[in-house]
Design a protein around this ligand. Structure first.
Ligand code: ADP
Ligand code: MG
Ligand code: ZN
Length: 509
């Protein structure tokens, strides 16, 4: 006797349908699982057997063969437990094959028959919808996440028995629905706000420019000057996520098993701050079964590397590809996976090993040690940091004030306006932000008049700027002009941009 149940597996952040074929035949009782299951799927056999028995159902004394088709892709995870169990018992029950044909079933089983949540429900339900199925039976805890997909019925079940009764039609379970508008409005319950940051006006200004033009940024300053505090507030001045962006981020978190409890949709821009001991594969993704790394978990948000020189140079090297391509490609044995990775990079560092460079009482660092310290940051990475901003210790008079600083909402308004100008200007260019301008586009959109050209020339000679500074300065100047709602880059825009090249000035050397 053969029965067929539809289930789903994951490839990167996308789902693909899997047929769970169950054959029961006479002969020596046994239980075989074929179709490239990995060890996590093979363990399903024991869970399924116990779950069926503990649901007071008969486990057939037959020769059982399960095939997971297509057989040429490696299946992993525990989501096949429920469809396998349904397939085995449906041979004895009269569940209509037509119904099974239109139903995707996923879920992990406990030994007692209860259904436990699994990763990746959103992409799985989406692929069921794409393939024209009518409904999905998913773990109750995952039902809201699945219900975000419109146009397909999502049924949340607590245990195997419930799934069977629903399929037999002896129990009705209402489909799970979510109100997407309400979910989207739940965003930004984050309590962080720029109004908490006292003083530091020029650093906030640099962050505003960085947000407006999507420029990667480096903060240089002593410990306790508020670098981490300010970086964490950068997402609060970026535009709200669109629904499509939320879905894309949620897929990444869903397949990683990192969706926060009780959250079916991620509606805030991510802020990720991996420790400096992070491994290459944790940063860009990888492992035996490749998982998204920090660069993908930062998608549409901010990746913050605190204490940049502490990071392993090799680890920083691997950031180049995602920074360039806005996605990351991971090779595995017989395929390559691509995960999205479009993030803003923010880094912080001390100006010298002790952290207090410039404070003659505290800092006794030798210029040789400082040079070595700075050399730890790889040139190519430095190349991708458009804005360097120096952060000084907070002044006592700034801390000791009751005056509230400008709120994130108010800064965000200017950021939005500047982004709109860019999107309009680049609508035929396949880019969105000034930070993405290539060399030819810089010539087209960052035209300098005579006076400005003169200023740039002088700056180069006087400040001993490196060649790589040239394009960075023009792009940042373009953003400053956009914030100022000016058609042309003017002297004040250019001279402000020149200030954001601290590390190019090499004055530490
Ligand atoms: N400008 C500031 N306004 C208000 N509080 C500040 C400011 N700068 C620093 N602080 C306080 O000092 C703490 C340490 O700052 P932090 O951001 O960790 O510094 P850094 O990362 O530069 O070492 C913050 O949590 C905050 O309480
Ligand atoms: Mg810090
Ligand atoms: Zn020092």
């Amino acid at each position: 006797m053969l029965s067929k149940v539809k289930s789903c597996s994951l490839y990167g952040i996308n789902g693909y349908l899997v047929d769970v074929e169950v054959d029961l035949s006479e002969g020596l009782p046994g239980f075989d699982l074929v179709g490239l299951p990995d060890s996590s799927v093979r363990e399903a056999k024991d869970r399924v057997r116990a779950a069926i028995k503990n649901s007071q159902l008969l486990f057939p004394v037959k020769r059982i063969t399960i095939n997971l088709a297509p057989a040429d892709t490696k299946k992993e995870g525990s989501a096949f437990d429920l469809p396998i169990a349904v397939g085995i018992v449906s041979c004895n029950l009269s569940i209509s094959p037509e119904k099974l044909e239109k139903t995707m079933i996923v879920g992990e089983l406990s030994l007692d028959g209860s259904v436990k949540p699994v990763n990746g429900i959103l992409p799985m339900v989406y692929s069921a919808y794409k393939n024209g199925l009518e409904q999905c039976i998913v773990p109750f805890e995952n039902a809201e996440e699945g219900a975000i997909v419109e146009g397909i019925k999502v049924i949340g079940v607590h245990n195997l028995m419930e799934a069977l009764e629903y399929l037999l039609g002896t129990k009705s379970i209402p489909e799970t629905t979510v109100n997407i508008q309400t979910l989207m409005q739940q965003s930004s319950n984050s309590k962080l706000d720029f109004s908490d940051v006292k003083g530091q006006a020029h650093v906030k200004r640099a962050l505003e420019i960085s947000a407006a033009g999507s420029h990667n940024l480096l903060m240089i300053g002593p410990p306790g000057s508020g670098k981490t505090m300010m970086a964490k507030r950068l997402p609060t001045i970026l535009p709200d996520l669109t629904f499509e962006e939320s879905i894309e981020i949620t897929k990444i978190y869903s397949v990683s098993g990192l969706l926060p409890d009780k959250k079916s949709l991620i509606t805030n821009r991510p802020f990720r701050s991996p420790h400096h001991t992070v491994s290459t594969s944790a940063l860009v993704g990888g492992g035996r079964i490749p998982r998204p790394g920090e660069v993908s978990l930062s998608h549409y948000g901010v990746l913050f590397l605190d204490e940049l020189p502490e990071f392993n140079k090799n680890v920083l090297e691997v950031l180049r590809q995602p920074l360039e391509d806005r996605e990351v490609t991971i090779s595995r044995v017989n395929a390559t996976l691509t995960y999205p990775a479009s993030f803003m990079l923010v880094c912080s560092m001390n100006p010298c090993p002790c952290g207090y460079y410039g404070d003659e009482e505290k800092c006794h660092c030798q210029s040789e040690t400082i040079k070595k310290y700075l050399a730890k940051i790889s040139g190519p990475l430095l190349d991708r940091l458009d804005i360097h901003v120096e952060v000084s210790p907070v002044k006592y008079k700034d801390l000791n004030t009751k005056e509230k600083s400008e709120s994130s909402a108010s800064i965000k308004k200017r950021v939005l306006k500047a982004q709109k100008i860019q999107q309009e200007r680049y609508k035929n260019e396949n880019i969105y932000f000034n930070a993405q301008l290539g060399a030819a586009q810089i010539e087209k959109y960052c035209i300098l008049r005579k006076e400005e050209r003169e200023l740039l020339r002088t700056a180069f000679e006087k400040l001993n700027l490196s060649a790589r500074a040239y394009h960075r300065i023009l792009k940042v100047a373009r953003t400053i002009a956009d914030l100022d709602e000016k058609e042309n880059i003017e002297l004040q825009h250019l001279s402000e941009a020149i200030q954001y090249r601290s590390l190019d000035r090499k004055y530490w050397a």
